[in-house]
Design a protein around this ligand. Structure first.
Ligand code: SF4
Length: 188
């Protein structure tokens, strides 16, 4: 593995200038959560709040996500949350593939080190970043939410990005059902 441990990688991320996104950030946003997580969530990119405080999913999308996790019985001690790129793209754009490719080594290390039982890519960009690692083509997120895939003994549950639920609340039941299904599987 490339780094001694997660904290030494995070120190590198905080001063990383490998792609152009470093020019726009206030803070690089490192992954956060359990160091032996059952569930590993991948977001797209830090937003305004995350850029300001350096904590992943600390804005409105994060509030919705945490509410759903609590409602469906996913305790915060079971999860680790990170992003497909660690720095905020300008104007809240989706992260470009070229930046995801450059940043992907950090995500790969997080997955290899933490060895979660379940990976949940939230939204299409996160799914693309995961595809760079698993080399599995999953399809568009809106068509595959509710399906599960297996990769190297890890289950992958593609999921809507919580921002998509904020835009269309009718998707909330489907969003929550994915977490209910995961909890059911982890209990067995
Ligand atoms: S997005 Fe990733 S690769 Fe680009 S500067 Fe930030 S940490 Fe480095």
């Amino acid at each position: 593995m490339l780094y001694n441990d997660l904290e030494s990688m995070n120190r590198i991320i905080r001063s990383c200038t490998k792609c152009a996104l470093f020019e726009y950030r206030k803070n690089a946003v490192c992954g956060n959560g359990s160091l032996s997580p059952e569930i590993f969530l991948i977001g797209e990119a830090p937003g305004k709040s995350e850029d300001e405080n350096g904590i992943p999913f600390s804005g409105r999308s994060g509030q919705l996500l945490r509410k759903s996790l609590t409602l469906t019985g996913v305790s915060k001690h079971r999860i680790y949350i990170t992003n497909s790129v660690k720095c905020r793209p300008p104007d809240n754009e989706k992260p470009k593939l070229e930046y995801m490719k450059i940043c992907n080594g950090y995500l790969r290390y997080e997955i290899e080190l933490l060895k979660p039982k379940v990976i949940i890519p939230l939204g299409n960009s996160s799914l693309k970043a995961l595809t760079l690692i698993t080399e599995v083509k999953y399809g568009n997120i809106s068509k595959i939410v509710g399906e599960k895939f297996e990769w190297n003994g890890t289950l992958i549950f593609p999921q809507f990005h919580p921002a998509a639920i904020l835009r269309d609340i009718k998707r909330l039941d489907k969003f929550n059902n994915v977490f209910f299904e995961i909890i059911k599987i982890l209990k067995n």
